[in-house]
Design a protein around this ligand. Sequence first.
Ligand code: SDX
Length: 393
Amino acid sequence: NTGRFTYDPGFTSTAACESKITYIDGDQGILLYRGYPIDQLAEKSNFLEVAYLLLNGDLPSKPDHDEFTHLITRHTMIHEQLAQFYRGFRRDAHPMAIMCGIVGAMAAFYHDSTDIHDPQQRVIASHRIIAKMPTLAAMAYKYSIGQPFLYPDNSLSFAGNFLRMTFGVPAEPYVIDPVVEDAMEKLLILQADHEQNASTSTVRLAGSSGANPFACISAGIACLWGPAHGGANEAALNMLREIGTPDRIPEFIARAKNKDDPFRLMGFGHRVYKNYDPRAKVMSKVAKDILDKLGRSDPIFDVARELEHIALNDPYFIDKKLYPNVDFYSGVVMSAIGFPTSMFTVLFAISRAVGWIAQWTEMMEDPEQKIGRPRQLYTGPTQRDFVPLNARG
Ligand code: SDX
């Protein structure tokens, strides 16, 4: 009882949403996309097939797979005037700042896919977003380094097209390394959906108001950018680089355990996983594979593995059930492919756009859907009368 106001002490703030898309068991470290274990999909599938699965609920037949691939591929180009938007940004703008703006701006161009009540327009918007995210992301990178944009090449895979638009130049052919392409596919699969995480909840909440899909995805990109969420991959690699050598790990472990120090081990801990994030297990293997196959060593990967070993044997992390999450090793993979840290969360957004769209579609197809309105527990002052300025002392 807070004076004149009372609130229902039985009120629970755990407003849950119902979904058939992704299942997580945080205690067991289990992650299923429409019932399929994430490690099997990462090992055996490809990103567009996983996108079809998340959107439609089942793995596609061969004809469905080919048709879906064609539908997505034919949307990879962007409106020429949308490309002009990039010239308004500073060259040193963070690519996530560009992605927030440019994806939201898609609503200013694709007027034939903003009517959320038209199922066909929802599908076209979904395909446009999934298809254009890599093109827009590659353009953000090219713009930051002063190189010309490359148009998509629809004869390539989803991952291959993105790699070529990002690292290719008009002056010479770009040869896609199958090792890099495979690592890129796995990276995209592992980050595609994750139940009701912060950015997916943001997309659902924006969508529940009837906002157009481009605006909703732009809101999701903004939320993902935070270092406690998708921005952790950039922060984790920067942390590993700051540690630099294994002998400095104890200093950072001590800081992470010090309650008076706001520092946290980036890429460690999770709102739901109180066991090893199954994506981190696969990501660690992808990191080792790509470095081995490219014949490279990366001291950062060695630091990451030593840090993981020390933390997982430290009572503080054991007691608090803190394990590596998806962001701990993903930076090593993206760095090995050649991306700067500023592009890490952009890649996460390319992948998670599929999950956001699947979750948004599931919500829009629910006839009972109402606008979201998170509840609050009021803890402010009870009612009081206004006091004029000259009477306030
Ligand atoms: C993602 O939700 C999702 O599914 C997100 C995501 C997805 O795919 O969408 O999985 C992607 O965002 C992964 C998380 C990426 N973020 C980071 O790696 C940033 C570092 N991690 C922390 O900021 C933290 O672990 C969070 C934000 C992820 C979770 O924070 P919580 O909910 O506070 O974690 P918790 O309740 O399990 O913490 C228990 C204790 C707390 O201490 P006490 O209050 O009990 O004293 O552990 C501490 C926390 O302070 N703790 C850490 C820590 N993470 C939690 N201490 C040191 N280092 C850490 N990384």
